[in-house]
Design a protein around this ligand. Sequence first.
Ligand code: AHR
Length: 503
Amino acid sequence: MKKAKLIMDRDFSIGKVDPRLYGSFIEHLGRAVYGGIYEPGHPKADEEGFRQDVIDLVRRLQVPVVRYPGGNFVSGFNWEDSIGPKEQRPKRLDLAWFTTETNEVGLHEFASWARKANTQIMYAVNLGTRGVDAARSVVEYANHPSGSYLSDLRQRNGQKDPFGIKLWCLGNEMDGPWQIGHKTAVEYGRLANEAAKAMKWVDPTIELVASGSSAYTMKTFGSWEMEMLDECYENVDYVSLHRYYGNPSNNTPDFLARSMDLDSFIRGVVAICDAVGSKKHAKKKLNLSFDEWNVWYHSNEQDKEIWKQDKWNRALPLLEDVYNFEDALLIGSMLITFLKNADRVKIACMAQLVNVIAPIMTRNGGAAWAQTIYWPLMHASVYGRGTALRPIVESPVYDCTDYEAVPYVDAAATMDEEGNVTIFAVNRDLGEDALLSVDLRAFGEMKVEEHIVLHHDDVKAVNTEEKPEEVAPVTGEKGQMDGGKLEIVLPALSWNVIRLSAK
Ligand code: AHR
């Protein structure tokens, strides 16, 4: 058995975990909205057409914030299409996903769903085909109390109180040539700055996210952030990062090491934010909003076929990745990486929430179930709050095609106000268990409340409507506690949640 060591101290912290680290994303894309959260006539649909079985699964995730309505979709979206009487809302061609958008679900409906799902909205404005005017108008419509044309229109549309949306994205992936209204860094930076000023003049309490690179691999990465932040640093609060991983070459050791790339990406963006801030002699530090992250590759070929046959239909079954067990392990490592960077990563949105590259799947007219990746997200969201501790992990390492010295065991830890500690740990070893020894003497007397393990003998195992719990967490051994030292076994290829309570 391999041996690994975890060293931590209650006074040695990274920082407060912002609950928004466990956010999510719903785009008008595929069956995320239509057939996902909304399916009138479904046996589990409520009076507004929202599926209660999906709401129940979302509530179990304790999702603090949901980014909406896109994504690529937002760069061609007119927010005005999504308000007022449903029967008068226009059907539009969505050039991002070659679909017809019916606007049956719009701002008011989504806000109602968000209340039911116990979450907040992070609203993206269109800086692709639209600009400053549409951006400041939707803030006025959503957040101004009353007495202006747009706030009164909101009230006439049935919403007396402001929606009170606090978090806003300034466009989406504007560095990407696939984006409707793609821009250079300077063009985008100037537009984002002007939109930000006007939006904050309407509501000074809002927070704004500038669009960073759509991936670490973009040729413009780095220069995009520097040039656009040079234009808008003073008026924005966060910079976005997006990153998706895949395993098309079926190389599990490499795939499981991708969180190292994620860590470099985060550190790179932090360095650039601070460099621009320093150049500007700014007092303010920008934080990071990792507002799209996940595994995405399983559905790529299927989507090409769908578009060949069905272009422009409503709610095409796009981006329906069926996640396997190794995907869940990488998701666990990505969450560990966010926790290790909790001082600067304040928002993270798993992309997405339902059906579209999502932890929750549904069948139209049928069941809703949790995919493999649902579990690590749920564990981190439920137990990973409070303070992120700064752990030192000593682990044997391996080399693979793209990385050297990948630790077999990776771990993060959080502590709540009562002094209870949760350790999140992944064992990336394909064949060997690891004995993790944790020195807990700095925490006083502790007791292992629970050890949750996610493991499957087959890395390609998936959850389906027929077998929704093929990959599901089980209770693991509590290990041996001896004089403030815990020794606990992390099974080969496993995600572990070790919950310790202060006695
Ligand atoms: O989440 C799917 C898509 O990925 C989003 O629409 C876009 O922002 C990203 O490229």
